[in-house]
Design a protein around this ligand. Structure first.
Ligand SMILES: [Cu+2]
Length: 258
């Protein structure tokens, strides 16, 4: 962290906070993903000696909506006590499960996906994590830690739909998505309360806010970016942010109860 010059030297300017490009009432597909570069585009080389980062916190103003508890008693392989929903997670005024990503401003060219899979677990008959990001072409590995059978069913708009059952503690399912797509819902055909969102992004610059609302996007080339934050219930906000060489730029979002 020492190499990053901290907040005082930041140049951050907000031009369009609270823009609402994402309309959850119309379905989680309405956000436009960042533009994909053709696979043949020259790779972007990031100079780590000048790279910066963005850190921030997602806050929540007002009273968080009270969601009904999840009743999983239809399946003896699932928890028998009522479980809290992951759809809105607010603790101490901070909002978790917000997908934060660079929407615009990156250098032209392609970014290679990590060969390491992004992991989606099924644990206690819920998805862990509830919101996940991975790169176009990066494998997604789905695990089943439960004594219950699940049926993993992504419902993409841009990618190919699939739908596979997975036995209790069954073999992992590994898939790849070939096109950018925001907030792709994944549901379980066995358990109607199980739902999560996958974001398929053409670059590695994304994060999901933690339970304390924080996020971090590292190894960014210096530049001026459009940073977006999207939540399944509260929509999308964007802001302009400048990241200088070796700087840790700060970007804080705030969502409001509806
Ligand atoms: Cu299930």
């Amino acid at each position: 962290m020492k190499k990053y010059i901290c907040a005082l030297s930041l140049t951050i300017f907000l031009l369009s906070c609270n823009s609402q490009n994402f309309k959850p009432a119309d379905g989680p597909h309405s956000s436009e993903p960042p533009a994909s570069q053709p696979a043949s585009a020259p790779p972007v080389t990031v100079d780590k000696s000048t790279a910066g980062m963005i850190t921030g916190t997602v806050s929540f103003q007002g009273a968080a909506p009270k969601l009904p508890p999840l009743d999983m008693t239809q399946d003896p392989g699932c928890p028998s006590s009522p479980q809290t929903s992951d759809a809105v997670v607010v603790k101490n005024g901070k909002l978790a499960n917000v997908f934060v990503y660079i929407k615009d401003g990156l250098p032209q060219g392609s970014f290679s996906p990590s060969p390491e899979p992004a992991v989606l677990d099924q644990k206690g008959c819920r998805y862990v994590p509830h919101v996940l990001g991975l790169m176009v072409g990066q494998p997604l590995k789905v695990l089943n830690d439960d004594n219950a059978e699940h049926n993993v069913h992504p419902m993409p708009r841009e990618n190919s739909e699939w739908n596979e059952s997975q036995m209790p503690h069954g073999q992992p399912i590994t898939k790849t998505f070939h096109k950018s797509e925001m907030m792709m819902p994944v549901q379980c055909n066995q358990h109607p309360w199980m739902k999560m969102y996958v974001n398929v992004i053409p670059n590695p610059y994304f994060a999901v806010s933690a339970d304390n609302g924080t996020f971090e996007i590292k190894d960014l080339p210096p530049g001026e970016y459009t940073l977006a934050a999207v939540h399944e219930k509260f929509g999308e906000q964007t802001m302009k942010i400048k990241v200088g060489a070796k700087q840790a730029a700060q970007a804080n979002f705030s969502f409001t109860a509806r």
